[in-house]
Write a protein that binds this ligand. Structure first.
Ligand code: SF4
Ligand code: F3S
Length: 107
């Protein structure tokens, strides 16, 4: 079992999640972070840190976002590891809460 980054991270990418992960399970793309399920130890520390509420345990992923389980696993293999918080996009707050941002995902 692992935690999964969902749609609302796209274009928000606050990165507060990476500061608390004890195993450095986050990988960084241009406007989204992915968790490697092979590294995640299911500790739940990152979930409350995300002000976009974009992280949930795999078994709690909503039906409409089931594709993000596989997407996290795949993107984590492509992207570099991220261990330190960095500035969010300047318009992150504007995008926080806007549904169905998958079309904006940059890989
Ligand atoms: Fe890291 Fe724990 Fe979040 Fe998994 S649940 S990504 S181990 S902080
Ligand atoms: Fe994304 Fe939330 Fe982390 S917006 S980068 S999952 S703090």
């Amino acid at each position: 079992m692992a935690f999964v980054v969902l749609d609302n991270c796209i274009k928000c990418k606050y990165t507060d999640c990476v500061a608390v992960c004890p195993v450095d399970a986050f990988f960084e793309g241009p406007n989204f972070l992915a968790i490697d399920p092979a590294i995640c130890i299911d500790c739940a520390l990152c979930e409350p840190e995300c002000s976009a509420n974009a992280i949930v345990q795999e078994e709690k992923v909503p039906a409409a976002q089931q594709g993000f389980i596989q997407l996290n696993a795949e993107l984590a293999q492509l992207w570099p590891n991220i261990r330190e918080v960095k500035a969010a996009p300047t318009d992150a707050d504007k995008w926080n809460g806007i549904p169905d941002k998958l079309a904006y995902l940059e890989t």
